[in-house]
Ligand binder design. Sequence first.
Ligand SMILES: [Zn+2]
Length: 78
Amino acid sequence: MIDRELLEILACPLCKTEVRLEGDRIVCARCGRRYPIRDEIPVMLIEEAEAPGEPAERGSGGSGSGGPGGGGGGAASA
Ligand SMILES: [Zn+2]
């Protein structure tokens, strides 16, 4: 079990943000990386951290908004 006091002094090594205990892992409040706890000792190592769910790849083949660009905005005066 991790002490709350210990948690308070821990910080994400990546973004220096406070972390919280979630289940049996330490979770960064900012980047969402999860650090394992081994033998009741939080392993605050970036390379040991589990990255948060990586966002689905986007950009490749994104058939985005198919709307026409401008559209006739103003009534032609004159
Ligand atoms: Zn972080």
